[in-house]
Structure formats: structure tokens, C-alpha cells
Design a protein around this ligand. Structure first.
Ligand code: KE4
Length: 430
């Protein structure tokens, strides 16, 4: 067990000043137990904690760092931008350039609005879809996470036609009363909800590849089915590509699967590690947004020049031919290595789900296809696996319901060290 005295001291002080000692719940390690890490710095595929312990990083700040930590080109562009000022609250050429790149890359996006988080992006996209259709209800999927705006913090109600329930304290039932929730990958449930709420559903919002219940890809044809049923009902289809955008393909999951939504939410990678979110879509829909249209949405730091600059450099680095094939090969190689490590450790009921650069080690007999089966995975065994890997210097997502992210900074030594650690960690997780 590596020494973590300084990290523990900082965590103690953090717990006094920050609720749970963190600025986002998953960082507290409550799902995996033990003390959370306190990061001092990162470089490439690795991070170092406050006690100078080194870790291979498969979290990548939950997705933004596809180029790795402190990429020289990203650091340089941020330094240069900062020397000219950090925020103006006015338009800059940088946001126009990043908008041009994204509109050129993502099939559904003809116009885009930058905000400062994925939560803001999805919250705003839903508001715009409601205004565009004049309808109030939205349909989301159980286990899909779209940030923490009230109306999207909803869980399945008791029956199909009944409306959902709040999934957090502090959210009035009335705030989720317009939110319908269906199991992911369940066409019949979606059909029933549309039948029960005929002409009333403003939008369907979905993670085209679910990555917040662990990695759960869409069943074959499921996205096309959503495209067709929303078209038939004049409902806005929103792809929440905050994770999959520029990760699964340069044009996101919508390019990968060939299904084009009406609106797309983005974040993470497009900010290169700085706070950015964005929502975009068909021009006629985006023209609803103030000051062009009647839907109000604003933000002091929206289009922040440093974040725009970091995003431009990051997305430009992803245009090289073959990058996404390489990331998929990397993910497949890591997944196969982890499966072999589990077998060698005689650790049963382990399934590694992988798509592109995203993976989840599920302690379950089969790869989950929805929230109910994902919740059936053994989170306690995952916690044991996680801690054994962490003590061996390999940082995995501190929750069974998140995804490992490969990036362009990962090298052979990262794989070698990860798989060597996994062979022992799977023994601990039998
Ligand atoms: P943010 O508000 O955290 O920037 O984005 C919210 C969001 C929206 N949509 C999807 C598909 C997301 O995955 C997220 C946030 N992702 C989580 C991890 N899966 C962020 C980590 C955290 O909450 O600390």
C-alpha cells in the first residue's frame, strides 16, 4: 500500500470545507471505499498524487483528456491566450473558429451555442426543444445521465403512463412531472410511452452509447428506431454526446452509427480539459435561442477564450486519419488483456464491455444492456478490484457505473503495467 499521508491530510481539510471533501460526488470514492486520491499533477497518460505516487490514468478527467494530461500544444495555446486576457464577456474569433470546426464535424450541428458544462448544454437543449415544439414532456432513459438540472434528475415512475419521480432530494415532484423514463434499449417501452402521451412529447434525450451505467452500447437498430419514432411524432431527438462527441468518432456516435439527431449536446473533449459545454442542431431549431429567438439562455463565461483555444487545438489534433481506428484497436487490446487476466486469475463472472476507446469491467456474467442489468453487476467485487489496482499504481474509474477511457497518450508500458496489476487484482476480486 503506497504512503498517502499528505493526501489524507488534504482530504481531511477538504472534508471540513467542501461537502464530502469534493466538488463532484464520484471523486469521494464512496462507491469503492477507502480514501480518495488527491492529484498533484498529470503528464501524458499518468497522474501523481500529493504523496508523489504515480498512477496510470484510465479516467482522463472523465473524458476530456483524449490527448493526455498537459499536452504541450494545449498548454502552449492556453498560455498564449491567457497572456491576452482570460475573459471578456464578448465575442472572440476563437469561439467562431471552434464553432466552425464542430459544425463541420458533427452532422446534426448547423448552429451551436457554447456554455460552460454538459449540464448547461442538456438543460438548455431541452428548453429549446420544448419551445420549438410547444410541448412540455421529455423522454429520457433509465441509467442515462445528462447532468444535474432538475428536470433530468428523474427516475422511472411506477408504471408506463405514470410520470417519473425525482432522483435527488430538493427536486420537487412537479419538476420531474413532465419527464418520462424508459428502460434503455427497450423499443416496446418507448412505443408505449409515445402512445400514452400522443402528441405531447417535446424531446427524446439519449446518450447514444450509454456510459453512465458502465458502458452499455445501443442494441442494433435502437438509435434508428428512436430516429424514426421521433420523426413520426414531430418530437426533437437530442443526442447527449458529452462523452461520445469526438471520442467515438470525429463526428461522434451519430457519425459512427449513421443516425442524425435534431440536436446534439457536447462537452468534455471540445474544451480540451477546460470548462466547456455546447448544444447545437438544425438551424431552424437553434434560431429559437436568444437573442435570435424567444428561448432565454446566457452565461458569463460561455465561449471563454482559453477554453475555446484549448478546444481548437484538441479537435485539430483529432483530424489525423486513422486516429479513431487506433483508439478502437487500443480499447479492444486492453479489453482482451483484461479478459485474459481475469481468466488467468480464475476470477469468474467478469465481462469487459468495450466500444472504441471506452471500456467497463463488469463483475457480471453478461454485458448489461440496460440499467436493471447494470445494477445487477457486483459493485462490491468491483470495489475490491479497483482498490487493488489503485494500490498497484493503476487508476480506474472509482465506480462500477463509469467507463475507462483510452487516449492518445497511452503507451505499451501503460498496458503492460495495467495487465500485470490486473492479474493480481482479479485474484483479490474473486
Ligand atoms: P458536466 O455538467 O459534468 O460537465 O456534464 C454532465 C454530463 C452530461 N452528459 C453526459 C453523458 C455525462 O457523462 C455528463 C457528466 N459525466 C460525468 C461522468 N460520467 C462527470 C463526472 C462527474 O460527475 O464528476
Amino acid at each position: 500500500m503506497p504512503p498517502r499521508d499528505r493526501s489524507r491530510k488534504i482530504t481531511k481539510a477538504a472534508r471540513d470545507l467542501l461537502p464530502g471533501g469534493v466538488d463532484s460526488p464520484v471523486r469521494a470514492f464512496s462507491a469503492v471505499g477507502g480514501e480518495p486520491i488527491v492529484v498533484a499533477y498529470g503528464k501524458g497518460s499518468r497522474i501523481w498524487d500529493a504523496d508523489s505516487n504515480e498512477y496510470v490514468d484510465w479516467v482522463g478527467s472523465w473524458g476530456p483528456l483524449i490527448l493526455g494530461h498537459a499536452h504541450p500544444a494545449v498548454v502552449e495555446i492556453i498560455q498564449r491566450a491567457a497572456e491576452r486576457g482570460t475573459s471578456y464577456g464578448a465575442t472572440t474569433e476563437l469561439e467562431v473558429e471552434l464553432a466552425r470546426i464542430i459544425c463541420g464535424a458533427v452532422p446534426s450541428v448547423e448552429q451551436i451555442r457554447f456554455v460552460s458544462s454538459g449540464t448547461e448544454a442538456t438543460m438548455s437543449a431541452v428548453r429549446v426543444a420544448r419551445a420549438f415544439t410547444g410541448r412540455d414532456k421529455i423522454l429520457k432513459f433509465e441509467g442515462c445521465y445528462h447532468g444535474h438540472s432538475d428536470g433530468l434528475l428523474a427516475k422511472t415512475g411506477s408504471g408506463v403512463a405514470t410520470l417519473s419521480l425525482p432522483d435527488s432530494a430538493g427536486v420537487p415532484a412537479s419538476f420531474t412531472a413532465e419527464t418520462l423514463v424508459s428502460p434503455f434499449n427497450d423499443r416496446d417501452a418507448v412505443e408505449r410511452l409515445f402512445a400514452a402521451h400522443d402528441g405531447a412529447i417535446a424531446a427524446v434525450i439519449v446518450e447514444p452509447v450509454a456510459a453512465n451505467m458502465g458502458l452499455v452500447p445501443p442494441d442494433a437498430g435502437f438509435l434508428q428506431f428512436l430516429r424514426e419514432i421521433t420523426e413520426r411524432n414531430d418530437t426533437v431527438l437530442i443526442f447527449d454526446e458529452v462523452i461520445t462527441g469526438f471520442r467515438l468518432a470525429y463526428g461522434g456516435a451519430q457519425m459512427y452509427y449513421g443516425v442524425v439527431p435534431d440536436m446534439t449536446c457536447l462537452g468534455k473533449i471540445i474544451g480540451g480539459g477546460l470548462p466547456v459545454g455546447a448544444y447545437g442542431g438544425r438551424r431552424e431549431i437553434m434560431q429559437m435561442v436568444a437573442p435570435a429567438g424567444p428561448v432565454y439562455q446566457a452565461g458569463t463565461l460561455s465561449g471563454n477564450p482559453l477554453a475555446m483555444a484549448a478546444g481548437i487545438v484538441t479537435l485539430r489534433a483529432l483530424t489525423n486519419e486513422g486516429i479513431y481506428r487506433g483508439l478502437d484497436e487500443m480499447g479492444a487490446r486492453l479489453a482482451e488483456g483484461l479478459r485474459n487476466a481475469a481468466r488467468e486469475a480464475e476470477c469468474e463472472n467478469v465481462t469487459v464491455a468495450q466500444l472504441g476507446s471506452m471500456l467497463t469491467v463488469f463483475f457480471a456474467q453478461e454485458a448489461p444492456r440496460d440499467y436493471t442489468t447494470a445494477k445487477g453487476a457486483d459493485a462490491e467485487r468491483y470495489a475490491r478490484f479497483f482498490r487493488a489496482m489503485l494500490d498497484a499504481g493503476v487508476y480506474l474509474p472509482p465506480s462500477q457505473y463509469e467507463v475507462m477511457m483510452c487516449g492518445l497518450a497511452h503507451q505499451q508500458r501503460d498496458f503492460d503495467e495495467t495487465l500485470a496489476a490486473a492479474r493480481l487484482a482479479f485474484v483479490a476480486a474473486r
